[in-house]
Design a protein around this ligand. Structure first.
Ligand SMILES: [Zn+2]
Length: 199
């Protein structure tokens, strides 16, 4: 899942080199973001439509996958990333449920969802340039395992609940364009359609 970053320039910079440093840092972050996005499967990659499999082995391979996904999510400035988005068909996602940083959830399942829902715009690291309204449960109880195979349980609401529902959808091959209304889907598919290359 992606979100917008708003850069506030509240302070006046008296020194030119400060402006240069800030511009340089932003350009560098943008280069890192693009490099990460290039490693994330983009629509209409088939991996995004496949069902991921339950994880049985909590081994070094899984640990490496989670580390790679956490790094990619942060570099891409996203707030969630599912294994299918890196072409791995295992039920694992990473997200940032609170200030304590990224967390991995393996074999996630919702044991409770509030009937109360909210509709808000969502983006996706695999659907660049698209933001569509999606209705989600306001609160969810999420259970699963961490990377070591220990049971974990999260009571989530708001943005974190939305992110978890978005990522679990990925593990079932479901995308935000499937969850929005017909008009927004049509508009999104227009954005995603490969543009003709003029030579
Ligand atoms: Zn996504």
């Amino acid at each position: 899942m992606a979100h917008d970053h708003h850069h506030h320039h509240d302070h006046d910079h008296d020194h030119e080199h400060e402006v240069d440093e800030e511009a340089y840092a932003e350009a560098e972050a943008e280069a890192i973001r693009r490099h990460a996005l290039a490693q994330i499967r983009q629509y209409p990659d088939v991996a995004l439509r496949l069902q991921a499999n339950e994880v049985a082995d909590f081994d070094d391979d899984l640990r490496r996958l989670v580390e790679r996904m956490e790094r990619l999510m942060q570099d891409a400035q996203g707030i969630g990333l599912a294994a299918t988005q890196v072409g791995v068909l295992r039920r694992v996602f990473v997200f940032v449920p609170d200030e304590d940083g990224p967390r991995a959830v393996v074999n996630p399942r919702f044991t409770d969802r509030s009937r109360e829902s909210s509709t808000d715009e969502e983006g996706c690291l695999s659907l660049q340039g698209v933001r569509v309204p999606v209705e989600r449960s306001l609160r969810v109880k999420l259970e699963g395992k961490d990377v070591d195979g220990t049971d974990v349980s999260y009571e989530l609401e708001g943005m974190a609940a939305r992110a978890a529902q978005h990522e679990v959808d990925h593990l079932d091959g479901v995308l935000i364009i499937d969850r929005t209304d017909a008009d927004n889907r049509k508009r999104a598919l227009g954005i995603l359609r490969p543009q003709p290359v003029l030579r």
